[in-house]
Design a protein around this ligand. Structure first.
Ligand code: HEM
Length: 321
């Protein structure tokens, strides 16, 4: 028999040590290797499962585009949350790590903004208007991951409805703030002024998670970490400004275009169908959500969601489109 390559013997020794630490017998694990199959691409990424998760409710072909694009978005949201979690739980948060992870998050949002044309131009309007009626009262509004990104990025008070923000500043009670978050105003029926079913169901399912997340990130959200560790770093500040814009202006504006393309109608018509006040809600200039308000001048805040701020940011970083 050919003698074993010495480097292989060395590897086996290391493996033996590794398993011995846990009181395990390497030889049994080697038996397992003998019997196990080679890994395949399709098993590794769970391709069959992935492709079984699109279940249109109607026979309109474009509904598949709608479902898949929402799923793609949720996967990117998940990556953003994944990066935030790594930042938040890093034992020693170095500036380089913070910046690199912020860059990734900005990049994910940039991909989403760039691909939103799939929603804006990639479906037939006639089909959309029909299949959407079969999806009521579900709405992207109910994306919990979108809310989690917000809750992990800033203090809850910065997500409170702009008209009540100042009054609630004094209350550190997160539960109270949670009741007044800005997005509740986006799910009010135009005709009755009541909470929509969309919102009621969303709250029933997720309020507890949102409160727990708010508490968990109270002292470790991106804003807190920035203020604690890098309040004077121009590079960190530039990235945070860009992330703020991507999350709260640029992505919302790309999204708004799709609502405009498919749903643009008179307020009176919308009232008649039990629709929401999205025209008064979705444009970022109305909600004025900023994760890092201290990083914006009074004028930039005043112009939030308008072209001026975008240009200012472009001049500063040379990156944002
Ligand atoms: C044709 C495509 C789309 C249209 C017409 C549309 C329309 C709307 C409308 C009207 C609202 C306001 C709430 C409501 O009335 O339900 C809304 C909210 C929302 N949608 Fe969409 N949407 C589209 C695609 C998407 C996609 C692909 C996502 C990705 C997950 C998404 C995520 C959201 C989120 C997160 C909100 C809440 C925004 C906020 O609170 O600021 N939407 N959408």
């Amino acid at each position: 028999m050919n003698s074993l390559d010495p480097s292989l013997v060395e590897q086996v020794k290391k493996l033996q040590q590794k398993y011995a630490v846990m009181g395990q017998d390497l030889s049994s694990y080697l038996d397992g290797l003998l019997y196990s199959d080679y890994l395949t691409y399709w098993d590794y990424i769970h391709l069959d499962t992935l492709l079984s998760l699109q279940n249109p409710k109607t026979q309109f072909p474009d509904e598949k585009v709608f479902i898949v694009y929402h799923q793609i978005t949720e996967l990117y949201f998940n990556l953003i949350l994944w990066e935030i979690e790594q930042i938040a739980y890093r034992e020693q948060l170095e500036e380089k790590f913070f910046i690199e992870r912020l860059n990734r998050m900005i990049n994910y949002f940039r991909q989403l903004e760039g691909s939103f044309t799939i929603m804006i131009d990639g479906m037939e309007r006639e089909q959309f208007l029909k299949f959407r009626m079969a999806l009521l009262p579900a709405s992207g509004f109910q994306s919990a991951q979108y809310r989690l990104i917000e809750l992990c990025s800033t203090d809850m008070i910065n997500l409170v409805n702009v008209l009540e923000r100042e009054a609630l500043m004094e209350y550190s009670d997160l539960n109270k703030q949670l009741q007044r978050l800005y997005w509740q105003s986006g799910a009010t029926e135009l005709a009755s002024g009541k909470k929509t079913l969309t919102l009621q169901q969303f709250e029933e399912k997720y309020s507890r998670l949102f409160l727990e997340t708010g508490m968990k990130y109270r002292d470790r959200n991106l804003r807190k970490l920035y203020l604690r560790h890098f309040p004077n770093s121009p590079e960190v500040i530039a990235r945070l400004r860009e992330f703020d814009q991507m999350s709260n202006v640029i992505w919302p504006l790309a999204h708004l275009k799709s609502a405009g393309r498919y749903l643009h109608r008179d307020t009176e018509d919308i009232k008649a169908t039990g629709g929401t006040n999205w025209q008064k809600y979705l444009p970022p200039r109305f909600q004025r959500i900023m994760f890092f308000p201290e990083l914006w001048s009074e004028q930039e805040k005043e112009e939030w969601g308008r072209a001026g701020v975008l240009h200012a940011l472009h001049d500063q970083s040379g990156k944002t489109k």
